[in-house]
Design a protein. Structure first.
Length: 100
């Protein structure tokens, strides 16, 4: 369960990210840093959700969208992996937390 102090996440500006998908893997270029990254399927989906979200999202909201948008691939236990992915996105400069 998400606490009221759990961060809500947003991607960096969509103009700062260029990305392509091939066979479930995503190549992402962060135009702010000049770095490119290879993302797996879940990480690519999480980044896509953040880019399309328009508003900051909590981990539980991201997990619900993954489960809704990709029911055949969802295990229902993505929240821990999504938390790790978001922490890595923060380290890479792809997403930022907003605390309430």
């Amino acid at each position: 369960m998400q606490s009221s102090s759990a961060p809500r996440w947003r991607s960096v500006g969509p103009n700062a990210i260029a990305w392509r998908e091939w066979d479930g893997e995503f190549v992402v270029r962060n135009e702010r840093t000049g770095n490119s990254h290879l993302l797996g399927t879940l990480a690519g989906r999480v980044l896509g959700i953040l880019l399309e979200g328009g508003e900051p999202l909590a981990t539980a909201e991201i997990a619900a969208r993954v489960e809704k948008d990709y029911p055949d691939a969802s295990t229902g236990g993505e929240a821990v992996a999504i938390d790790r992915t978001l922490a890595e996105f923060h380290r890479l400069g792809l997403a930022e937390p907003e605390t309430t």
